[in-house]
Design a protein around this ligand. Structure first.
Ligand SMILES: Cc1cc2nc3c(=O)[nH]c(=O)nc-3n(C[C@H](O)[C@H](O)[C@H](O)COP(=O)(O)OP(=O)(O)OC[C@H]3O[C@@H](n4cnc5c(N)ncnc54)[C@H](O)[C@@H]3O)c2cc1C
Ligand SMILES: C[S@@+](CC[C@H](N)C(=O)[O-])C[C@H]1O[C@@H](n2cnc3c(N)ncnc32)[C@H](O)[C@@H]1O
Length: 584
């Protein structure tokens, strides 16, 4: 909870401290953090520069840094700003706090176009076409720092005053800070308290004192003096990466690698993009959460939010007409399910702006049709028109990189190959004993019955029904261990019966068509992301590629270009194919 001073400086009531100097927060940020890390000089020569901050607060330090980077960094340079924050402010508070600095107003607006209230986890925001990356680590910094990998080039220590906020200045914190630093990594902080200086020195930092900003007598800055073997710069090869598969995973992977200046060639054996499992006309986009925090929830929430920011940005920039942020209702058909969801939403600190439980009356108002149970309303979720979306991505890739109708012989090519080949990958990866789930799925096309025509948002109940589109309603889907892709009458009936049981419509829809395809999932519901037997894998999205693939593509392309990836060390391992390697 905040109190505001007369000149709009926010004060935390919980910590009884100000967020930055009352005299002028922006000037303080420039003097302390930018100045004593010598960023103007370093930005002008760095290709990738990584800053980490303890205490994101209003984002003022981030925006001041971004502003300096715009003026000093060379073309194609990348700035990554990782910031740790336990008590994120909402967009209204941030807008109010940053109002006193009109010179930042354009940056504030582009930041607030992307920023929203966030659940716990690591959330990547992209600006300047992906050349400025902000990773917000929402949650307690001491546990998050253990998951952080670095290497960091400059640190900002900006917790509340060390006496008032000691957990952000502890020995444990600085141990992790040192682990993520390399020789020459700099730091700056407005604080000069004795125990802070002692912790930094004992972890290997050289610490110097100087005059503080405004009325502050002293502040500290310095450099890490120990070497670290962990962070040898990898050689970046300019070799073209061969991406196998023109489904949603392959299109996302090619897009994100091109964005980071890695040349690619995108191969699809069929004659059009998204011909297989990715090609249903409409794809549902929503996260998966478990009752307690888990790898699956952490992965799904972060990648769902990253993907929807990506879709929103595509609409803002290119007006594709593909993304519908309608919200999605997930029906809770029993009190036990409702209980489990309540637990899940609170365990992940999911803000009400992102998801909340609605009564059946509220759910009916939201959906536009009668709903017979309470439901979780995922407000940022929705559905994507896959055709225009694939067209928008493929048409922005270099034409010379597109290889439609060309099948890659996977028995030959290994190195420099990224497998995004969906269900066909399992047969190739014989040496990987992953618990594959190769499942056929069918959807039905219905002529919209009167009772469903007013449906405004997808409703999920095990199966799902999407809002009518051109008088046609799409409902799905089946799961069956099989690789058959014929549309069957038996599956149409299954889909219809399940929908009728959940929605209790009076008028039976008329089936006018359908589509079936084969999806590749892994039993733990996490994809396979990383290197196996010389090949890079990006496969195994089950029924969620449109919620998760954009983020997975970002993780792989970050790793390939020496940019820190937006996830913790434990989750990284949980996504790696190596998790299924036979024990020696
Ligand atoms: C009925 C059904 C409903 C679904 N609903 C949704 C939904 O609502 N939301 C959602 O997010 N997901 C949904 N999915 C799942 C989603 O479609 C998959 O997760 C997704 O398609 C996986 O994408 P992909 O790009 O990894 O694989 P695919 O879409 O399978 O693409 C792989 C591509 O690789 C190509 N290929 C393979 N081998 C080679 C080779 N050697 N050389 C060249 N090309 C090759 C294939 O032709 C194929 O086009 C649904 C799936 C089904 C079956
Ligand atoms: C002085 S303010 C940061 C000001 C900020 N850098 C800015 O530009 O506005 C300190 C921040 O540290 C956060 N914080 C305090 N304890 C924390 C903890 N244990 N983990 C993560 N963040 C914490 C507070 O919520 C607050 O936003």
């Amino acid at each position: 909870v905040l109190r505001w001073t007369e000149n709009l400086t926010p004060v935390s009531l919980a910590f009884d401290d100000i967020y930055y100097a009352k005299e002028n927060g922006l000037e303080e940020s420039r003097y302390v953090f930018l100045g004593f890390n010598r960023l103007a000089e370093k930005f002008s020569s760095a290709q990738v520069f990584h800053i980490a901050e303890l205490g994101f607060g209003t984002g003022l330090n981030f925006l001041a840094t971004y502003n300096l980077w715009q003026k000093t960094a060379p073309q194609n340079a990348i700035l990554v700003f990782s910031s740790f924050e336990k008590f994120p402010l909402n967009p209204q508070e941030i807008r109010k706090a940053l109002k006193p600095w009109p010179e930042l107003s354009d940056l504030v607006e582009s930041f607030l176009e992307e920023y929203e209230e966030l659940p716990d986890g690591v959330h990547r925001f992209e600006f300047e076409g992906g050349r400025v990356l902000l990773d917000l680590w929402i949650g307690d910094a001491s546990s998050h720092l253990k998951e952080f990998s670095g290497p960091v080039d400059a640190w900002y220590f900006d917790g509340f005053a060390p006496q008032k906020n000691p957990e952000l200045w502890s020995e444990e914190i600085f141990k992790e800070v040192a682990r993520c630093s390399r020789r020459g990594t700099s730091f700056a902080t407005y604080a000069s308290t004795g125990f802070v200086r002692r912790h930094l020195m004992s972890q290997g930092f050289q610490v110097r004192k100087t005059r503080g900003f405004g009325r502050k007598r002293e502040m500290c800055f310095g450099e890490y003096e120990r070497g670290s073997w962990a962070f040898q710069q990898k050689d970046k090869s300019a070799e073209t990466l061969q991406i196998v598969g023109g489904g949603v995973s392959g299109l996302m992977q090619a897009t994100r690698l091109e964005q980071k200046n890695v040349p690619t060639a995108l191969f699809e054996s069929e004659s059009s993009w998204i011909p297989g499992a990715s090609g249903n006309p409409l794809a549902l986009v929503m996260p998966n959460i478990t009752g307690k925090p888990s790898d699956l929830s952490e992965f799904s929430l972060a990648s769902f939010l990253f993907s929807t920011r990506h879709y929103r940005r595509i609409e803002r920039l290119w007006s594709v007409g593909a993304w519908r942020e309608s919200g999605v209702l997930q029906i809770l058909s029993s009190p036990e399910k409702e209980e489990r969801y309540l637990m899940g939403l609170s365990a992940h600190r999911i803000p009400r702006t992102l998801a909340q439980i609605l009564s059946k009356e509220e759910a009916s108002d939201f959906a536009g049709i009668r709903i017979h149970h309470s439901a979780v309303c995922w407000r940022r979720a929705g559905f994507l028109k896959t055709g225009p979306f694939a067209q928008a991505l493929s048409s922005r890739l270099p034409p010379s990189s597109l290889r439609l109708g060309q099948k890659v012989d996977l028995t030959k090519d290994r190195a420099s190959t990224v497998l995004c080949s969906g269900s066909e990958a399992a047969a190739i990866l014989k040496s990987l004993p992953a618990p594959w789930k190769i499942q056929r799925g069918q959807i039905s096309y219905w002529k919209s019955p009167e009772s469903l025509r007013r449906l405004r948002a997808p409703v999920v109940y095990g199966g799902y029904v999407l809002p009518a589109h051109d008088e046609r309603q799409i409902a799905g889907s089946t799961y069956e261990y099989s690789d058959q892709t014929e549309v069957t009458a038996a599956d149409h009936s299954k889909i219809l019966r399940q929908a009728q049981e959940a929605l209790k419509f009076l008028e039976w829809p008329q089936i006018v068509g359908g589509r079936a395809a084969v999806r590749l999932g892994i039993r733990d519901a996490l994809p396979l992301l990383g290197i196996w037997d010389e090949r890079l894998l990006h496969i195994g999205h089950g029924s969620k590629a449109y919620s998760h693939a954009s983020w997975c593509a970002e993780v792989l392309s970050s790793e390939l270009t020496g940019v820190v990836a937006p996830l913790g060390r434990r989750l990284r391992q949980s996504l790696h194919p190596q998790r299924f390697a036979p024990a020696n």
